[in-house]
Design a protein around this ligand. Structure first.
Ligand code: XCC
Ligand code: SF4
Length: 674
């Protein structure tokens, strides 16, 4: 038997901080998700979507001469069902998170969650409008109560359809209506998806997959959009802040606490508690200067966007953060939390603390979060972390950290482009029409140990910038770009093409906009809807020269996101793994089939060689953007027309090495060294 390939740290990750810690892991012979991926070969049948275990006559693995399961289900049915169940699971994760925020808002106005309240009443009024809540002459609390109730109603209402669908361009709403894929209630479509894929139920691939769109739309224009809106109401709508990213944000002289998961509810309280003078005194009594918070995954993105809490890293860096030996506590809530953290903390003084009633991990301390005494719990958690500080042993904090400016809510983008009174996306549309900006790419999603960590994100984003494509990001993809230093305006000059550079310089924004967490992909939907209604770029999302992608996806949530983006009219490309590769028919349905129905299509681009996959993703994206430009009758993209004045300054600017320039401006180091 051929020997299994064990990758080197350089092959594991493109991120220098991660590489250095992976070296440590090798030396210390500690297992990580990277080494486990090497020793655990992915199942070749399951990975193609060809294994059905929906009943106890199976599991049926359709390989070799088998083209039907015991019940007679065909390959196409099984592949479609597996994909659809992934969409349902992803939609449920986002939406359940949204529901919890609605309960938090309700408890806040009823006086049961005294540490919370309405922080953004403008947003509250806007959301009230979308949900049909009366606002005239009413108090903020009364409106907020009705908004929370209306939001909760969206999950299980008996009549009608999801209200936020009306935020889409009218042409899009018409398409959904005619196809009969308007989600009725968020939970209902998830339940129906599970029902339809039960043994002996819906057995026509295209029909199953139509419902996958309906279910996903309930996520994108329902649960996720509510999660974003309610978070903004409770914690404030994001606006740019200056902060830093990568494991170098951990401090030798401070108690380091990592917040990880997806919900802002507890982490916002932890942010408040970390500033409490009493707690800082307590930390000092134990020999530390204070408490340093840093985030991983989307809890990170939430607190980053609103509070400027630095990013420790993305999904594949969670175990590596512990490996620094410098983390006193890792506080986790829901989703994307590896069980591998539990054995990892056993090697260090770190306490792993689970906080959600929905997620316990054996080996972790469970301190269940309770909205009634949120701040008190946050303080209790931080005191425990402080108590661990004296037990800290040797540390290996990598010195890489990059400055970044996140916080690009759609509200802020409007403001940046149009000012307070004339906030609009007009300048963006105009820049696309003129060809300064060739198009827009939304790069989102996870990391996946089956490909080189961050490589695909970094590769495609760099290519898009060179090609004058504006990049908006969320999730772990956004964290990859932040670590690369792409989220400061200065990087526009380093990487971006001339037209994009001109626009970014004029407006003072980075060419890569951090728009938030996984649920905040709803912000991207809002921007696309606004672009379509602003004029000049057609009248529907499907007309816009834009592409969505998740080159390193791994979570079922990414399948739901991809599906609702496609159903909203976008072209979406997914890399890393193709879970429907077992069926040509299903691949055809999701691409040409869906394109005919809804104007968007989903394609999987994978390759043994990560860079080849990236090249193909970029090629297809640019081709699509140019095709959409041509269909709108826009001028062909011609970079030689732009940036002449700026270019004259470029040689001077570029004569100073990038790291030095950034250091001079932000006093922080980027990428290598430090
Ligand atoms: Fe999880 Fe949201 Fe994926 Fe990152 S990107 S690995 S889902 S944290 Ni949303
Ligand atoms: Fe096999 Fe059909 Fe049962 Fe699936 S549902 S496990 S294909 S018998």
């Amino acid at each position: 038997m051929a020997k299994r390939k064990v990758r080197t740290p350089e092959e594991y990750s493109q991120d220098d901080a991660s590489r250095s810690l992976l070296e440590c892991a090798c030396q210390l012979e500690m297992e990580t998700c990277f080494s486990r991926a090497d020793s655990l070969v992915a199942c070749n049948i399951g990975s193609q979507g060809l294994c059905c275990k929906n009943c106890a006559m199976g599991p049926c693995r359709l390989v070799g001469k088998h083209d039907r399961g015991v019940c007679g289900a065909t390959i196409d049915t099984i592949v479609a069902r597996n994909f659809a169940r992934g969409v349902a699971a992803g939609a449920s994760a986002h939406s359940d998170h949204g529901r919890d925020l609605a309960y938090t808002l309700l408890e806040a106005v009823e006086g049961e969650a005294p540490d919370y309240g309405v922080r953004d009443s403008f947003k509250l009024l806007e959301v009230a409008g979308h949900l049909g809540v009366e606002t005239d002459g009413r108090s903020v609390d009364d409106i907020a109560r009705d908004v929370a109730m209306a939001a909760l109603g969206e999950f299980g209402k008996i009549h009608g359809k999801v209200l936020y669908l009306q935020r889409a361009p009218s042409k899009r709403q018409q398409i959904w209506h005619e196809l009969g894929i308007e989600p009725r209630a968020i939970d209902r479509e998830v339940v129906e998806m599970l029902h339809r894929t039960h043994v002996g139920n819906d057995q026509e691939a295209g029909h199953i997959l139509d419902h996958a769109m309906r279910c996903a739309l309930g996520d994108g224009w329902g649960g996720s959009m509510l999660a974003t809106d309610l978070s903004d109401i409770l914690f404030g709508t994001p606006a740019p802040v200056l902060t830093e990213a990568n494991l170098g944000v951990l401090r030798e002289d401070m108690v380091n606490v990592i917040i990880h998961g997806h919900e802002p509810t507890l982490s916002e309280m932890i942010v408040a508690a970390a500033q409490d003078p009493e707690l800082i005194e307590y930390a000092k009594s134990k020999g530390a200067e204070g408490v340093q918070l840093a985030g991983i995954c989307c809890t990170a993105n939430e607190t980053l966007m609103r509070e400027g809490v630095p990013l420790a890293g993305n999904f594949l860096q969670q175990e590596l953060a512990i490996l620094t030996g410098a983390v006193e506590a890792m506080v986790v809530d829901i989703q994307c939390i590896m069980q591998g953290l539990a054995p990892m903390v056993e090697n260090f003084h770190t306490e792993l603390i689970t906080t959600s009633a929905k997620a316990k991990i054996k080996g972790a301390t469970h301190i269940e979060f309770d909205e009634h005494r949120a701040l008190e719990i946050a303080k209790e958690i931080l005191r425990r972390a402080v108590d661990r500080f004296p037990e800290r042993g040797e540390t290996t904090i990598p010195h890489m950290r990059s400055p970044m400016v996140p916080g690009f809510s759609h509200e802020y983008i409007d403001y940046a482009l149009g000012g307070l009174y004339r906030g609009s996306l007009r300048p963006l549309n105009d820049a696309i029409i003129a060809g300064r900006i060739r198009g827009v790419v939304a790069n989102i999603g996870c990391n996946n140990t089956r490909v080189c960590h961050d490589l695909l994100h970094n590769y495609v984003v760099t290519e898009f910038l060179k090609n004058d494509v504006l990049v908006v990001e969320t999730g772990c993809g956004a964290i990859a770009s932040a670590k690369l230093g792409y989220m400061t305006p200065e990087t526009a000059m380093e990487v971006a093409g001339p037209g994009l550079r001109e626009v970014c310089e004029t407006v003072g924004i980075p060419p890569v906009l951090h728009m938030g967490s996984c649920v905040d992909n709803s912000r991207i939907l809002t921007v696309l809807a606004q672009m379509a209604t602003e004029g000049g770029l057609g009248e529907d999302i499907s007309d816009i020269p834009a592409v969505g992608m998740a080159p390193e996806w791994m979570s079922e949530k990414a399948l739901s996101i991809a599906t609702y983006c496609v159903a909203s009219g976008a072209y979406v490309i997914i890399g890393a793994r193709n879970p429907i590769s077992g069926s040509e028919v299903v691949q055809q349905i999701l691409s040409e089939g869906w394109e005919q129905k809804v104007g968007g299509k989903l394609e999987f681009v994978t390759d043994e060689d990560d860079e080849c996959a990236c090249e193909e993703i970029v090629r297809r994206s640019l081709e699509h953007i140019d095709k959409k430009r041509a269909a709108l009758g826009l001028a062909e993209y011609d970079p030689s027309k732009w940036g002449r004045s700026g270019d004259q300054r470029m040689p001077d600017l570029l004569s100073v090495p990038f790291e030095e320039r950034i250091e001079a401006i932000y006093g922080a180091s980027v990428g290598k060294g430090g």
